[in-house]
Design a protein around this ligand. Structure first.
Ligand code: ZN
Length: 343
């Protein structure tokens, strides 16, 4: 009886992860994570794995939940989650927030329709009018994922224990449900309430411009044609320039700054000052170009950025991460580990 129940929750979660993992408006590559609690075990997604692979690969690791909760209760937010059995995989860097949420099923996503709000200066005023309290929600300011963010989430849950949805500024959302169906229902409700019509874009009418002859061995136009609008549409090009570092995965996968040029000539003039050629360049009126090392994990992050940016009004004010917040993200060993796993 017991084991049937265990199997069925595990199977439901995995089927759900496979489904949302294929929706780029909900999950981008290795981003986002899901967990379920089964007695004294917290099953949580392993670092660097993709939710889309949930039914094909082992992507969940079992964590000793009482050990973790005891440490968190004592205020130890730098506790290392303890695995219940040996594994080559490491638990997600966001494991602590899954333990802190009391719900049985916890889903953490960087869902586009939500994220597009969370990077705006004034999103809280919009949330007050767009969301009701039928699903109790709270907002947490930006903190580096890991112990700092966990401490803040813990404080929020102490203040408002009924919270089912926690919005993380410049990051994403955490949802708690009694089961997969409830978590899914909350996500559907949120994405509908917060959905923004993207700016009208039309794919380039001409074949993409190739790079100049001296760079043709280095760079190719990115394959996702929509993304070239980031260089072809003036408002979007200005955003790339001014509002690049918006949330952690973007910085970790695509770097702390954008390489933005008015012309290929300007790029040629400036490249001598660079230690190595940037992996991704934006050339105004021409397109977006990448080296062959620009892998799938990076491509989906770039698409994520595009999807967030086309949901902004031309003059709306956005909040970018500070240089200190960016440095914190890039010097982080756990993230480097995740990058190495990302293919
Ligand atoms: Zn996250």
């Amino acid at each position: 009886m017991m084991s049937t129940q265990i199997n069925s929750t595990a199977e439901q979660v995995k089927a759900y992860c496979t489904r949302i993992g294929k929706d780029p408006l909900l999950v981008q590559g290795a981003g986002g994570n899901v967990s379920w609690k089964d007695g004294s075990i917290l099953w949580v997604k392993a670092s660097g794995t993709w939710l889309a692979d949930a039914e094909q690969k082992d992507i969940f690791v079992p964590i000793d939940l009482p050990h973790l909760l005891k440490a968190l209760d004592d205020g130890d937010f730098s506790v290392e989650p303890r695995l219940c059995r040996e594994s080559l995989l490491r638990p997600s860097i966001e494991t602590l927030l899954h333990a802190l949420m009391p719900s049985r099923v916890v889903v953490h996503l960087h869902a586009i329709e939500v994220l597009a709000h969370l990077v705006r200066d004034n999103f809280q005023a919009d949330f007050e009018s767009l969301l009701d309290e039928s699903t109790p929600w709270a907002v947490v300011d930006y903190y580096k994922p890991g112990s700092a963010l966990a401490a803040e989430i813990s404080a929020t849950l102490t203040q408002k224990p009924t919270t089912k949805v926690i919005f993380l500024r410049n990051h994403g959302v955490v949802i708690g449900g009694a089961d997969v169906a409830e978590a899914d229902q909350i996500i559907c409700k949120l994405t509908l309430a917060l959905s923004t019509r993207p700016a009208d874009i039309c794919p380039p009418s001409h074949l993409m411009f190739l790079p100049p002859a001296n760079l043709i061995d280095q760079y190719a136009p990115v394959a996702d044609l929509d993304i070239h609008q980031l260089a072809l549409t003036p408002d979007l090009f200005n955003r790339v320039n001014s509002d690049w570092a918006l949330y952690p995965d973007h910085v970790v996968f695509l770097g702390p700054r954008a390489y933005v040029y008015q012309t290929w000539e300007a790029f040629n003039d400036q490249k001598i000052f660079l230690i190595e050629l940037p992996e991704l360049v934006f050339v105004k009126g021409k397109g977006v170009y990448a080296k062959s090392s620009f892998n799938k994990a990076k491509q989906v992050q770039l698409r994520c950025y595009f999807d967030v940016i086309v949901r902004q009004k031309p003059h709306s004010s956005m909040r970018v991460l500070t240089d200190i917040q960016i440095a914190e993200l890039l010097n982080w060993d756990a993230e480097q580990y995740r990058m190495n796993l990302a293919k």
